[in-house]
Design a binder for this molecule. Structure first.
Ligand SMILES: *Cc1c(COP(=O)(O)O)cnc(C)c1O
Length: 486
């Protein structure tokens, strides 16, 4: 061990006593600390310094602190690291390499630039949110996007709330309290995050009448269920599952034919809510909102941040008299959207006016339609740098894989993709733990990388790594290797 002037007699690795810990006041006067006080503010930095010294004192009492840790540069460095950690935002940008494009836990759809600009304006300047610029009187926030939604869906009227779950709740609460809503047993969906049709029905104050069986529901099941207490016939999109084999379901047009003579509205929870035919881009077919309205549905609800590719929101479109009734429900006020949501939604809906440029303009569609050849080339480019950074202990391969759309959109639809598969070279007893360490190291990066573990390897699907982020992604790997060596 070398000895410097500070450690003339004592080795730096000698244990420190609690009494060796310098006072807060003495440290605050150190010139080396001044930049941190300036950067983070004197009061917050002092509070963090006290917490740091408390930690060190506890370690000294336990006999686990070396004198080296109390050297000036070590203390300044420890404080800088702790301040950086404590001031890091909780909500952070990550790399979504899960292979699920619309990942609910990672925030679903990304917004186009036009929407980002509109949100920025709405955040920093007053806006005509509920102010009619033509008359100077009070306006209605729904009017900002009502016409656009009607044009794009063929509906008479539209309203927007916080999310599709709220849209379904509000619709049922307005039109079916203390009355019956008929739903096929094959459509009693549970969406992740505790949205279940039977539960939402109960909270809305409506009585669920289940008809048919899990795999087969017939027109006569609907017809037989209709009675004096029937408020609605409801169809729900089987967002995240498919019933295949010996099946029968009744389409919207058929349900409408049964409901019409009784004057009972038919409502449809479409879930994802597509506004255009996706087969144009080689994606699986999904019934659009317009087709559902044309089939005779009186109301349709759908999400803003699934296939539509906008901000979190829930749309209700359909008959003007029913929409007007929904808007008079006091719950509408509780579930309404804020100006930032509306600011983002309008330019997103504008993108749908021109289907020719849609796949470039909307990030969700751009990612979903990305060609597997382009993703394969990206995987090949990243293979060497990642392998070089991780070293011999890890095996990295560029392989084909399959992405999914996610958020309950087109559960059967699968997209050819490419990515990196990373695993410990030696398949030994500890390889499970090594894999967990790799995952943890990727999550601990300045911009965390989220993949998925399967077959004793980490799979990084590169569909959602866009060219603009490629360099930033590649630059993080030396830090991963560093973390794995510790
Ligand atoms: C996703 C979904 C919902 C919930 O929508 P959110 O916008 O997430 O609240 C409701 N119903 C169906 C059928 C869905 O797919």
């Amino acid at each position: 061990m070398t000895t410097g002037p500070m450690t003339m007699n004592d080795s730096v690795s000698m244990p420190a006593r609690p009494a060796d810990i310098p006072s807060v006041d003495r440290l605050l006067n150190l010139p080396a600390l001044q930049p941190l006080l300036d950067q983070y503010g004197r009061a917050p930095a002092t509070a963090t310094l006290r917490r740091l010294l408390d930690t060190l004192r506890a370690r000294a009492v336990a006999g686990e602190l070396t004198r080296q840790a109390l050297a000036e540069p070590a203390l300044v460095q420890a404080l800088a690291a702790r301040l950086a950690r404590e001031h890091q935002p909780r909500l952070r940008a990550v790399f979504n390499l899960t292979g699920t494009v619309l990942h609910t836990n990672l925030g679903r759809a990304l917004l186009p630039d036009s929407a980002v600009q509109a949100v920025m304006r709405a955040m920093t300047a007053p806006a005509n949110l509920e102010f009619d610029l033509a008359t100077g009187g009070r306006g209605d926030r729904d009017d900002l996007i009502g016409d656009l939604l009607c044009t794009l869906t063929g509906a008479e009227a539209a309203t927007v709330v916080n999310n599709n779950a709220a849209a379904v709740l509000l619709m049922l609460n307005t039109l079916a309290t203390r009355r019956e809503v008929v739903v096929s047993r094959g459509e009693l969906v549970e969406i992740g995050g505790a949205f279940r049709i039977p539960d939402i029905m109960q909270r809305a104050g409506a009585r669920l009448v289940e008809i048919g069986t899990t795999n087969r529901t017939h027109p006569h099941d609907y017809a037989n269920a209709v009675g004096a207490r029937t408020a609605l016939l409801m169809k729900v999109h089987c967002s995240n599952y498919e019933i295949t084999g010996f099946t029968r379901s009744v389409d919207v047009a058929e349900v409408v034919r049964i409901a019409q003579p009784h004057g009972i509205p038919v409502v449809v929870d479409l879930g994802s809510g597509t506004l255009c035919d996706l087969t144009r881009w080689g994606l699986p077919r999904e019934t659009t909102v317009r087709e559902t309205i044309e089939a005779g549905a009186d109301l349709v609800t759908f999400s803003g941040d699934k296939l539509l590719g906008g901000p979190q929101a829930g749309m209700i479109v359909g008959r003007a008299d029913l929409i007007a009734k929904i808007k008079r429900n006091p719950l509408k006020r509780a579930l309404r959207v804020g100006k930032l949501t509306l600011a983002a939604l309008e330019p997103v809906l504008q993108c749908y006016r021109d289907p020719d440029t849609l796949a470039q303009a909307l990030p969700t569609l751009r990612l979903l339609t990305r060609q597997s050849g382009e993703i394969a080339a990206l995987a090949e480019r990243l293979l060497l740098p990642v392998q070089a950074a991780l070293g011999e202990a890890w095996q990295v391969a560029a392989v084909p894989m399959v992405s999914q759309i996610g958020s309950g959109a087109l559960p059967g639809g699968q997209l050819q993709s490419h990515g990196l598969v990373i695993g410990p070279r030696e398949q030994e007893k500890r390889s499970g733990r090594r894999l967990q360490q790799l995952e943890a190291a990727l999550r601990a990066l300045p911009r965390p990388v989220i993949g998925r573990v399967a077959e004793q390897a980490l799979w990084l699907d590169l569909r959602c790594l866009e060219a603009t982020d490629e360099a930033a992604f590649a630059a993080q790997w030396p830090a991963v290797a560093e973390a794995l060596r510790r």
